[in-house]
Design a binder for this molecule. Structure first.
Ligand SMILES: Nc1nc2c(ncn2[C@@H]2O[C@H](COP(=O)(O)OP(=O)(O)O)[C@@H](O)[C@H]2O)c(=O)[nH]1
Ligand SMILES: [Ca+2]
Length: 415
């Protein structure tokens, strides 16, 4: 506006009562890249800034799909960044930090390919009018992914302010990795957990000692490959991977992380050695044989803290998507489920694959994996409650908000 050039931002009439500022956080996930543009309002210097709103947009595929053409990957980031040019008022561009953090997709690429992608993105940031902090483009450590998602959910549900803090644990199921995070209440948990599963984190003038772990290769899409016996096969082209979790007659192709995979159902005339599990017979499909196949991916591979068996958790990303796809929850509202609801739905889908064939051919495998991950992986009880949420107060439940708070704090923009 005309008068903005006449006044410094803080004394500008439009900002006379409050101080508005922005933060731009990119989530470079394994299945897509997303921009979150947050608006904060600082009403007075003594109190914490309030989150006023979020602009969110996403593109597919994720950066890791551009492993061999990093400039194209950076272009997808640039298109999203152009949205921020429109969203943030020009006089605040220079004060608005922009950061990208990549998760499991880039963790699984070679160091060289991942670095090429990151440096192309850095160039896009440096050519923009925004504040580019040091280390603005990086691969995030898995434990931060869990901590920051926990901060987001507990901030949005009001558990990080005031005296009576009843924090909730969080479960995130991505394409390539999965995270579990909670604040232990019992001494036993602290004693029995591997040291690198426990971490101290400071936020909003409090220190939280959290249990968190990120399991690389245990995201929903990586688990599909593991079930098919195709994980970490760089040259999978040509080979056919079969599973009793897929419709019997299916034969198709799938691209993930820049590799092409051929996969199909467990047909009767398939040679025995092509079937992934010794417990599964040729021609067999359905929940029982599928569960056996999936079980070998998770059983004995995850730490099971006793404390979580009876507590309830917030769950999002693919937990949410698959529950919504099968009408276990409302797509917009989310809902509360028990672990056994995923098992019931997995049985229904796997034992009637023809009926669900119009949905994704992986629906049976995905629901069975989620069931096995929750029960045999983390050791949850059948009646453990899961609160499935996509948004709280219209803000995405993503680690990106926690990361933005952390960023603003480290830049001294908030404290
Ligand atoms: N509600 C919501 N879901 C998200 C957001 N970002 C990613 N997801 C979900 O995350 C899942 C994909 O995981 P992704 O981040 O690509 O893989 P990762 O790198 O293994 O974490 C899908 O279920 C997405 O719907 C977000 O900001 N909001
Ligand atoms: Ca993710």
């Amino acid at each position: 506006m005309w008068f903005q050039d006449l006044f410094p931002p803080n004394t500008c009439p439009i900002n006379a009562k409050t101080n508005t500022f922005y933060g731009i956080m990119f989530d470079a996930g394994s299945t897509g890249t997303r921009i979150h543009i947050y608006t904060f309002v600082q009403k007075s210097p003594e109190i914490l800034p309030e989150l006023e709103g979020e602009i969110f947009e996403s593109v597919k595929p994720g950066l890791s799909a551009y492993a061999d053409e990093p400039e194209k990957g950076a272009e997808s980031v640039k298109r999203l960044l152009d949205m921020a040019i429109d969203a943030v008022p020009p006089h605040l561009w220079k004060k608005t930090p922009v950061v990208l953090k990549a998760t499991a997709g880039l963790r699984l690429l070679s160091e060289e390919k991942a670095q090429a992608l990151l440096s192309e993105v850095k160039e896009v940031f440096e050519a923009s009018p925004f504040l580019v902090p040091e280390d603005s483009v990086s691969i995030m450590d898995g434990s931060y992914e869990g901590i920051l998602a926990w901060i987001t959910v507990n901030f949005l549900t009001g558990q990080l302010s005031g005296q009576n803090q009843h924090t909730v644990g969080t479960l995130d199921l991505g394409g390539a990795s999965t995270q579990i995070t909670f604040l232990p209440r019992f001494e036993e948990t602290l004693k029995e957990s591997p040291r690198d599963f426990l971490t101290s984190f400071e936020m909003f003038n409090s220190t939280y000692q959290l249990y968190t772990h990120s399991y690389l290769g245990f995201g929903l899409k990586a688990a599909r490959l593991a079930t098919l016996g195709a994980l970490n096969m760089e040259a999978a082209d040509g080979q056919m991977f079969r599973s009793s979790c897929l419709p019997k007659q299916l034969e198709a192709e799938w691209h993930f992380g820049g590799v092409k995979y051929r996969y199909g159902g467990n047909k009767k005339d398939v040679p025995l050695w092509l079937i992934p599990s010794v417990f599964v017979l040729a021609g067999e499909t359905g929940f029982k044989p599928c569960y056996l196949e999936v079980l070998k991916v998770v059983k004995g591979k995850l730490h099971q803290p006793d404390e979580i068996r009876g507590s309830s958790f917030y769950a999002f990303s693919y937990y949410y998507d698959r529950a919504a796809d099968t009408n276990l929850i409302d797509y917009e509202q989310g809902g509360v489920l028990e672990v056994r609801d995923f098992e019931r739905k997995a049985k229904e889908v796997c034992d009637n694959m023809e009926r669900f064939s119009s949905a994704s051919p992986f629906l049976c495998m995905d629901l069975t994996y989620i069931t096995a991950l929750l029960k045999e992986g983390f050791g949850f009880r059948d009646n453990t409650l899961l609160k499935l949420t996509k948004k709280v107060n219209n803000i995405e439940t993503s680690w990106t908000l926690g990361a933005t708070f952390h960023l603003l704090q480290s830049l001294g923009i908030t404290y």
